[in-house]
Design a protein around this ligand. Structure first.
Ligand code: ADP
Length: 684
């Protein structure tokens, strides 16, 4: 193998190790040039090994090789201090034209891999790609870390294409600016902006070392001016590697058969699935932005939703060295946000627009937005749902021209289609949630209003009750007055008739007591006082009131009948209040039947026990009945059809029954009259 230069480590044999093949090299004391994160190389040491590495790489390139996997682990430093290159497993011979043959695989080690090796950009890898990886290696040697951190292959590729590395002196103050520029020149996204050959790099590094040794600084140096050797365009000089060498692939190096498309397809499937599963609009938008930005290698992205033909920006995405920032917003797009000429073209045509080098584009290059912005490539995609434009996605990269290839745009379109469907679903979902929330708000408001109404009506009811005390005690008072007058007359007789007077006074006492009872009952009702309740037989209440009203019934030629339950069930209640209810219902019934001359005048009072849980009392008359339109109003306070009525009786009855945990209803009776029914829960 005479062609092999001194820059490459000499392999002796290949052993099959436990985890990976083990390559035995000629210089057993050679060490890979790893750097410790907390102990980066001094400038002096860096310059020494960087020169060694550049020299080794230059030789490989001169030999017509493209290494494709430059990284610290593949640069060995021998005991003799010479830096050698190993890990040629992914190397290929440079194409005679100077360009690499088209390869279907992305290869290299992701952390060090040039944008063109990831084949996201439509350029082929050439020897400048090795310089990029060497630049990454230099970065690591000087700072102890890589400029990017990523979790998976897609993110690594994104970093190399779209992310600007952090300046070196952020990590370390003693790096001369020229050295920092040199590293940045190596890791430029665009190969044309890098060193064009390892030889040119080597020349600059040597000047740097010279200055450093002299001044402990590198005061001034125009990079890339030294005589370079454009090996990238030089025909291949020498032969291929042995199969043995080609079989050695560094453990962390990758070669994905099927290439970028495979990588895309699986991650795109994942992304599309994630998009289809997300129903929260905000999260969906964030996911759409980050997924498409990473897949496209975009540094800036705008998502616009179109409503009534008017686009509105709903998310802004920006990639920088700290990662991707997605901001949800609502803005009308202006010339400050994106090239409006591109946006309007896409909105009009519903076709995606792909611009390789925006500044060079004859039509869009004149857009006002581009005057102030560095944009190299842009892609603008319509989001269509059943041919309806629901949004527009705009992505740009301001570092590399040609980032958005047609095949990448195809993948993006796939995602955009999925996103359009999901966005529409999310929008509907969102709308539904909003409507639901609104309905809930309305329901809450309604409940509050009802509660307030109940309070108000309760207060009104209390006021009315107070007012109705007059009504309720009017009768005993009137009877007291007439009894007192009668008693006076008995006493004022020449021969006072003491017995009659006494009887009148006795009645007055009774009436006074009744009035007192009523007042107390109303008071306790007003307090909703449950303390005065006791267990009682509802039949006793009924019998008592029937006894009181029997005479009046007879006078009005009304047949009063009772049909009382034999159930021993009791109710918890105030007998005075319940008597009042029954009395009111009976008096109403008698009043209803008094005018006119119906043949049948019957008042039936019945009680039943239902399922050992309730007692039901009904008062049924054969009067004219309640007019249908009044059925809903008879319990309203002050509703009356009587000349001298107050319309308070039934309202009070219902309040009393409710206070006892029961219900009071009115319904037409079987033979044209009226039935009032109330229920009371049985005492436990
Ligand atoms: P008031 O008797 O003082 O008018 P109520 O609350 O007792 O007040 O009754 C309200 C109205 O309900 C009455 O004016 C009457 O129109 C109707 N009403 C009550 N009971 C009967 C009944 N048994 N038959 C027909 N109408 C009735």
């Amino acid at each position: 193998m005479t062609h092999r230069s001194r820059g490459a480590a000499q392999p002796l044999t290949l052993l099959s190790g436990v985890e990976s093949p083990l390559l035995v090299l000629s210089d057993p004391s050679a060490q890979p040039l790893y750097v410790r994160a907390d102990e980066p190389f001094s400038v002096e040491r860096f310059l020494d090994i960087a020169i060694g590495a550049a020299a080794a790489l230059s030789q490989a390139h001169v030999s017509g090789l493209l290494h494709r996997d430059i990284k610290p682990g593949n640069l060995l430093e021998g005991a003799d201090g010479v830096v050698r290159l190993t890990g040629f497993g992914l190397s290929v011979q440079a194409h005679p034209s100077g360009h690499m043959p088209v390869s279907d695989s992305i290869c290299g080690t992701l952390a060090y891999m040039s944008p063109e090796q990831s084949r996201k950009v439509e350029r082929r890898a050439d020897q400048r790609s090795d310089l990029y990886s060497l630049g990454m290696t230099f970065y690591e040697w000087l700072t102890g870390r890589l400029p990017f951190e990523a979790r998976d292959a897609v993110e690594w590729v994104y970093c190399h294409i779209a992310r600007q590395p952090t300046a070196l002196n952020l990590y370390r103050g003693d790096i001369p600016p020229v050295l920092s520029q040199l590293v940045f020149k190596l890791i430029a996204k665009n190969p044309d902006e890098r060193y064009q050959s390892a030889a040119s790099l080597l020349a600059d590094l040597r000047t740097c070392r010279c200055q450093w040794r002299q001044f402990q600084d590198i005061p001034e140096l125009t990079l890339g001016q030294s005589a370079g050797d454009p090996v990238a365009h030089r025909p291949a000089l020498c032969a291929r590697l042995s199969d043995e060498e080609a079989a050695v692939v560094s453990r962390s190096s990758i070669s994905i058969p099927g290439g970028q498309d495979t990588l895309d397809l699986s991650s795109v499937m994942k992304a599309a699935q994630a998009l289809s599963e997300e129903t929260d609009q905000d999260r969906l938008i964030e996911m759409l932005m980050s997924t498409t930005m990473i897949h496209a290698g975009a540094q800036r992205a705008l998502l616009m939703l179109v409503k009534n033909d008017a686009p509105q920006i709903c998310a802004l995405g920006q990639g920088d060295d700290t990662g991707l920032q997605i901001e949800l917003t609502q803005m009308v797009p202006t010339k400050l946000h994106l090239p409006l000429s591109i946006l309007y073209r896409v909105m009009r045509t519903h076709q995606r627009l792909l611009i390789d080098d925006v500044r060079a584009d004859a039509y869009f290059g004149a857009d006002e937005y581009l005057k102030d912005q560095e944009v190299r490539s842009a892609v603008c995609l319509p989001l269509l749902k059943q041919r309806r434009l629901i949004g527009v996605l705009y992505l740009e990269n301001n570092l590399t021209p040609g980032v958005f290839t047609a095949s990448r745009a195809g993948v993006l379109e796939l995602l955009a289609g999925q996103a359009a469907t999901s966005l529409e679903t999310a929008r509907l979902h969102d709308q539904l949630l909003r409507e639901n929330a609104r309905r809930q708000d309305i329901e809450t408001a309604l409940r509050t209003a009802r509660a307030r109404l109940a309070q108000v009506s309760q207060a009104t009811m209390m006021g009315e009750l107070a007012a109705s005390i007059a009504h309720e005690i009017n009768q005993p008072l009137a009877s007291m007055v007439s009894n007192a007058a009668a008693s006076l007359r008995w006493l004022n007789r020449e021969t006072p008739r003491i017995g009659e007077a006494l009887s009148g006074l006795h009645d007055i006492v009774q009436d006074g007591k009744r009035a007192g009872d009523i007042v107390r009952a109303l008071q306790s009702l007003a307090r909703q006082d449950a303390q005065h309740r006791r267990a009682l037989q509802i039949n006793d209440v009924i019998r008592h009131v029937v006894a009181l009203t029997q005479a009046e019934g007879e006078q009005q030629r009304v047949l009063m009948t009772t049909d009382l339950t034999r159930s021993p069930l009791q109710v918890m209640g105030s007998s005075v209040q319940l008597q009042q209810v029954v009395l009111n219902l009976i008096v109403n019934a008698l009043e209803a039947m008094s005018p006119g001359d119906h043949v049948l005048r019957r008042l039936s009072i019945a009680s039943h026990a239902v399922a050992e849980e309730y007692l039901v009392v009904s008062v049924e008359d054969t009067g004219p009945g309640v007019e249908a339109e009044h059925l809903g109003k008879v319990f309203n306070a002050f509703f009356t059809t009587k000349d001298k009525g107050m319309g308070m009786g039934l309202a009070i009855c219902r309040t009393i029954i409710h206070a006892h945990g029961g219900q009071l209803y009115v319904m037409p009776a079987r033979f044209g009259g009226t039935t009032f029914v109330f229920t009371l829960p049985a005492a436990a």
